[in-house]
Ligand binder design. Sequence first.
Ligand code: XMP
Ligand code: MG
Length: 183
Amino acid sequence: MRAADIQDDLAEILVTEEQIRQKLDELAQRVAQDYEGKDLLLIGVLKGAVMVMADFVRALPIQAPMDWMAVSSYGASTKSSGVVQIRKDLDTDLHGKHVLIVEDIIDSGLTLSWLLENFESRGAESIEVLALLRKPEAAKVEIDCKYVGFDIPPDFVVGYGLDYAERYRNLRDVAVLAPHVYS
Ligand code: XMP
Ligand code: MG
């Protein structure tokens, strides 16, 4: 796709690359303080959280291993189904670990509430959530997210790891997808 065609698909830039970088730096400082001396494990949720994890972990002044989980609740649609499927499981035993889930976005919260329950049942010592974006008006379940980047309106967004049908993940900013793309 040409750059000009991509611009036509975007209604509005919501969060810029620079705002994301600053926010992740702030969150990394907080996380480093909160987890000093603890056995921290970062768990990224594939594929959307790849960019968040890559930039967050490089801003983080303490060492922490990363693991990845792939779940799907979406397919190519823009609405959460609430049905979560494990596509790739963790490689790490969670017993005694202080888990920080790294997410791109909390929309309905259904995916995360499922993940939180799943990780609790595997014996994690503590579990917290870091999400770059959150849509408070779209919440169907309450998620206690300790580290939030930006609260945004309930529009479908793409970029910085977020896709629509596997497109737009490589955009540097987060933008609202123009409705003509999916309607
Ligand atoms: P729920 O509704 O379970 O959704 O909180 C979590 C997952 O759904 C994806 N998601 C989005 N992906 N633009 C996207 O590209 C969006 O606006 C959006 N809202 C939700 C995302 O993978 C997230 O982890
Ligand atoms: Mg997605």
